[in-house]
Design a protein around this ligand. Sequence first.
Ligand code: NDP
Length: 493
Amino acid sequence: MVPAEKHGRTAAVVSKWDYAPAPEAKDIVKIQDRYGLFIGGKFVEPLSKQHYTTIDPAHEEPLAEVAQAGKADVAKAVRAAREAYATTWSKLRPSERAKYLYRIARILQERAREFAVLESRNGGKPIRESRDVDLPLAAAHFFYYAGWADKLEYAFPNRKPRPIGVAGQIIPWNFPMLMLAWKIAPALAAGNTVVLKPAETTPLTALLFCDVLRQAELPPGVVNIVTGDGRTGAEIVAHPDVNKIAFTGSTEVGKAIQRALAGTGKRLTLELGGKAANVVFDDAPLDQAVEGIVNGIYFNQGHVCCAGSRLFVQESIYDAIISKLKRRMSTLRVGDPLDKNTDVGAINSKMQLDKITSLVQSGIDEGAEIYQPPCKLPERGYWFVPTVFTNVAQSYRIAQEEIFGPVLSVLTFRTPDEAVEKANNTPYGLSAGVWTEKGSRILAMAQRLKAGVVWANTYNRFDPTSPFGGYKESGFGREGGLHGLEPYLAFDE
Ligand code: NDP
């Protein structure tokens, strides 16, 4: 192409695109000053008489006072769930149960914008993600499991499926509504009742969800929401009248729960941490792969258990991938989660920011080369610039430990065997990605990578019909699909 100046033309060359602010309005959702616990179909004051403040991490501003449930509160919630199980929910015709789940799904769709704004305010994630991913997927889970509620005999033929009772569910802060849906939808479809604890830092959408339950006229006590910190979670785990614990969170807490439940006969599923390998072969479509790499690690600020946090690049394309990746990173917009242009929002909490900062420092100290694109961060709030480390050795902490932030470690390989060996060199086994043109190579790699989920030529794809979960230190049990129903059912076999 001939440059414009050679023609004597002086057409302005646009070298930089600036985006005008496009903030989503906050007033669609009303946040109460103070919340109680949702037990037996209504909000009640906590017996503990304790509250704590939940904040907006992008502005470090308080949003509401939230109850800290104690032992007596958890006991009250479990009693409500048990009573609802015995008197109502387990007695309902399965098609009636389905009706409530469909209602919840439809109301979630109708109120999606309200939920998305609240999710972004309380959690720090970009509105584009809460609007386009978290909320549609949460509603889709309720729709999907509503469909199974009256077809359990067909789903598990000749096994006489029946509900197990009260499920205690503990969820993390990275996908508050989506994790709530992953937990509650299959539990209710199978005929169980629920006591759920949202994460300490992100309780607000779970509390708004109580209003959806009221609108759907769900019988009181079928779903109970108790807020609080890890102590509240531990009380749910320890309660003798809970039949099953479903936990998503860190491997460390997952192990503690497993120890606490040993010998009790309670059911358990654990969805824990990860350190996924995203493996790019030299025949991969490079631009598409770079989009997948960026989505894999910078989506939701990297607060994703299946984040593609270790990038393995075949040596022959290393320079090309790194230069394309750096160029793409320079276009990421970091800032206000409520701005529709934002790609990377706020870090969820000061504690998580400190953890990311210290692991990044360890990467520098151990000798890796850091790259961060020029980026102006807001003055208040918790932020971390999208980061890539090259020259990383497998033994470095940044290649071994889950950072749970927007930080990518790049390593290289020469042969498929070497890629498999290095990718599997981690205690985790949650997810992996493979980028190649060859179908046979995709299948071969998927078989050899020790990960519960392997994406090929894409990343972070979710669907309610598809089971998700890990093995090794990433946990056990599956969520999504028919596999996600099984942990909530007992069988006469
Ligand atoms: P935790 O495992 O501490 O928390 C997950 C949930 O468990 C929260 O609701 C938490 O409450 C609760 N909890 C904490 N301690 C106990 C306990 N002893 N018994 C029962 N429940 C408990 O994870 P964090 O949210 O603190 O995050 C720490 C790290 O965990 C992250 O940096 C990341 O590496 C990993 N993580 C992995 C996730 C995944 O999806 N696999 C999700 C979130 C985190 P509270 O919120 O009050 O602490």
